[in-house]
Design a protein around this ligand. Structure first.
Ligand SMILES: Nc1ncnc2c1ncn2[C@@H]1O[C@H](COP(=O)(O)OP(=O)(O)OP(=O)(O)O)[C@@H](O)[C@H]1O
Length: 352
């Protein structure tokens, strides 16, 4: 049976109406929907006493069926640990995981894992075996049909390279073989940890297209990255981690709604816009770096760009500029890029 046909089946369907959970549940996750992954206050602390370190901190993830969920966060923010918790490879310190509507406990784990394909950290595969031989191992281990293996190789476009030793594969081919191994059992949920790591733009594009087409067939894809660019164009829902906390969850459009557009001040005398002019104007405090480490005020060709000013603060700034006799040729808002919003979120401790 094809994924498309299977995704329409009621097997394991779990329909819930969500109260708006956790930090910033988005429209996509808040509406009545079929949820594949839901965690509640999921927490993992490594070590004890003074050495204790909380890698994942009270996470409320909600992943609807059939989306690409982009799991973003800087290195060390807890993405891999979360994925291992979802796969039962680590035990939570507290909190819970539900997959396809069932709790991830000892009783359900086997049945739940049979519906999931994953690639965590390094791409798997033995270098001294060919692609086909590696796939045969997976086939035997999982009791798969030959047709399933063939289809997985075809999906990742490795059919013609199947008889080459894996150690001769490029990084992109190794990643694709790892994805084929995860795909062979025709999972309903695919969990991939940084599958675009080390790939060139063409390789990234290829993985992006593959994951989007799988989601189009009803497969739910959870994919992590520390690079926004790699995720942005494929993910229908974004979850952003910072130091183990989920600082945002929702669509790209919802994320952009949290942005404060920059202010562009066009003046022939940018040097007259002293940092002191911004003193006390909201959270930016004039001189010095913003919480994300970027400068609040950046010189541009025609003047200066000022980050994060609320409307009242702009009115006060205009008054000060006039009082100081700074010639203002133009003052306008310019939307922040998605990258800027991401940096604001992950650089500071702000929780949306
Ligand atoms: N087994 C472990 N024992 C102790 N600390 C751990 C263990 N696994 C992860 N950590 C710590 O937990 C934190 C989160 O790590 P994790 O690998 O989940 O982050 P990540 O977002 O996936 O980052 P990366 O992209 O670098 O893998 C890090 O500080 C890491 O050192």
């Amino acid at each position: 049976m094809s994924w498309a046909a299977r995704s329409g089946m009621l097997r394991g369907m779990h329909t819930v109406t969500f109260p708006r959970p956790g930090p910033a549940a988005g429209d996509v996750v808040a509406r009545q929907t079929d949820v594949v992954v839901a965690t509640h206050a999921l927490t993992k602390t490594f070590g004890r006493g003074a050495a204790a370190r909380t890698a994942v901190d009270r996470l409320d993830l909600v992943i609807p069926r059939g989306v690409v969920y982009g799991f973003l966060g800087p290195n060390g923010s807890g993405k891999s640990t979360t994925m291992k918790l979802l796969l039962g490879l680590l035990t939570p310190t507290s909190g819970s995981v539900r997959l396809f509507g069932s709790p991830l406990d000892r009783r359900h784990r086997g049945a739940l894992m049979a519906r999931i394909g994953s690639m965590i950290e390094q791409p798997p595969g033995y270098g001294h075996l060919t692609g086909a031989e590696n796939m045969r191992l997976v086939q035997r281990m999982l009791g798969l049909r030959q047709a399933q293996v063939e289809r997985a190789l075809e999906l990742v476009r490795l059919t013609e390279h199947r008889d080459r030793l894996v150690r001769t594969y490029s990084m992109g081919m190794k990643q694709r073989l790892g994805i084929a191994m995860a795909l062979a059992r025709e999972p309903e949920l695919l969990i991939l940890d940084e599958p675009t790591n080390g790939l060139d733009p063409a390789g990234i594009e290829e993985i992006r297209n593959l994951l989007m087409s799988l989601a189009g067939e009803g497969v739910t894809v959870l994919v992590s990255s520390h690079l926004l660019d790699e995720i942005d164009r494929m993910a229908g829902v974004l979850g952003i981690l910072s130091a183990g906390r989920l600082v945002f969850q929702g669509t790209r459009a919802e994320l952009m709604r949290h942005s404060v557009p920059d202010l562009l001040l066009v003046t022939p005398r940018p040097q007259a816009v002293a940092p002191g002019l911004l003193a006390g104007l909201g959270g930016t405090e004039g001189a010095g770096p913003a919480p994300d480490g970027r400068s609040v005020m950046t010189p541009t060709q025609a003047g200066v760009r000022i980050h994060g000013l609320a409307p009242d603060a702009v009115a006060e700034l205009v008054r000060r500029l006039v009082a100081e006799g700074v010639p203002v040729h133009e003052l306008r808002r310019e939307p922040q890029s998605l990258e800027d919003v991401f940096m604001d979120l992950t650089g500071g401790a702000r929780v949306l």
